[in-house]
Design a protein around this ligand. Structure first.
Ligand code: ACO
Length: 373
């Protein structure tokens, strides 16, 4: 057997084929540049593109939105389960548990056909925001808010969370962030989902595993750390000194750096304008100015640039969304990309089973127990 090629963290390794997304020549979903999608489309259109392969026409979009809106409800036993979770359960953990539980109630759970997986994916797309909003309200002792069928993915989520309609500017800003979060090739959570279903496991298992992978602060969890960084820096006038000392202490500035993008993340540039506009609307631009100062030091000292989590954390904060909701919001968007990858993997499946470079003891004989020291 020949020695396999090895790259720590699989950096630079091509681990499969996909027609869903590429980062080559700028990030695009199914051939459309992400900037064009953010400018001209809604998240609902982009979710259709990812799941069904094409941007919808008006009739297709209406049918898709109607199907998704009709699925915006949870089985009553799941509501009881959410209410019974220990109150210290963070929302992303509650979501991971809920997605696993939703598999028990889905009539297509055991059917791994393409059509059944599309039906399950549309239902999960609908149910995930309901789980996040319901759990948020149950922990706070607030009454449940019924989903609205007439609102978009972004608008309905804000409505269910707050119990009142959001402004058009808020809906647009959240919607753009969801478009930018929706898909990103073979990132850790998507790859985890593909590994899981490559064993011919099912979609709910794949998405449950993906949520677990998203949680970590090196991946989706980073958007919840952004406000910690800004609050530690304190204010624009202290940000330069604070950042230099943090780098001296070898700390990571969450929201900066990327495994693939070494000269900047186009998504961060797009969302930055929305973060500042939301901060201005809230009458508090201190964190935007602090962020700008940190960006200058990171570029000068480390040649390192913001990733999408950097403006997303600030945008959600300016919209008065609570920090533990930030990574769940990422998940309510990325479920579109995860599901598209699960379906693509199963369309042309080969078990994902790489090799390891052995770094353990050399071959040795077993000493029987009675003779071991
Ligand atoms: N702040 C300070 N230094 C950093 C940062 C950072 N954010 N990111 C990387 N570095 C440094 C490392 O300390 C390391 O320095 P060294 O060579 O002196 O030891 C060097 O850059 C390389 O770091 P690696 O972790 O090996 O690079 P990798 O490509 O694996 O990292 C990652 C990518 C994990 C995203 C990293 O940049 C990071 O930890 N960023 C902060 C977390 C974050 O924002 N994650 C979100 C990713 S994007 C997303 O999920 C939407």
């Amino acid at each position: 057997m020949s020695t396999p090629a090895y790259s720590p963290g699989l950096e630079g390794i091509v681990a499969g084929e996909t027609a869903i997304c590429t980062v080559e020549g700028g990030l695009s979903y199914r051939g459309y540049a992400v900037g064009d999608l953010a400018e001209h489309c809604s998240f609902d259109e982009v979710a259709h593109l990812l799941l069904h392969g094409e941007l919808p026409n008006a009739a297709q979009l209406k049918a898709f939105q109607t199907r998704v809106a009709a699925a915006r409800r949870l089985p009553p036993p799941l509501k009881d389960l959410l209410a019974a979770l220990p109150k210290w359960t963070v929302p992303l953990d509650a979501l991971r548990t809920a997605v696993s539980a939703l598999g028990h109630f889905d009539q297509d759970a055991a059917d791994n056909s393409r059509d059944a997986n599309l039906r399950k994916a549309e239902r999960l797309l609908a149910q995930i925001p309901v789980v996040i909003a319901d759990y948020y309200r149950v922990v706070k002792g607030l009454p449940e808010v019924q989903a609205r069928q007439d609102l978009s993915h972004a608008a309905n989520f804000l409505y269910m969370l707050r119990g009142g309609e959001a402004t058009p500017q808020e809906v647009k800003a959240l919607d753009v962030s969801l478009i930018l979060y929706a898909e990103h090739e073979f990132n850790a959570s998507t790859f985890a989902a593909r590994v899981i279903v490559s064993t011919l496991s099912d979609l709910h298992s794949g998405i449950t595993g993906a949520i677990g992978a998203l949680k970590g602060p090196l991946h989706g969890g980073a958007n919840e750390k952004v406000m910690d960084i800004l609050q530690a820096a304190g204010a624009p006038e202290h940000a330069e000194t604070w950042t230099r000392s943090a780098l001296f202490r070898k700390e990571r500035i969450m929201g900066f750096g990327h495994r693939v993008y070494k000269t900047g993340d186009v998504r961060a540039g797009i969302l930055k304008a929305y973060a500042r506009a939301a901060a201005e609307a809230a009458g508090e631009t201190k964190w935007e100015d602090t962020a700008d100062a940190i960006e200058r030091v990171m570029a000068a000292e480390k040649n390192m640039f913001p990733n999408l989590d950097w403006p997303a954390g600030r945008l959600y904060h300016a919209m008065k969304l609570e920090i533990p909701l930030f990574t769940p919001i990422f998940a309510m968007s990325r479920v579109a990309g995860w599901s598209a990858h699960v379906i693509e993997q199963l369309d042309k499946n080969r078990l994902i089973r790489p090799r390891a470079l052995y770094a353990g003891p050399a071959a040795r004989a077993v000493t029987p127990l009675a003779h071991r020291a």
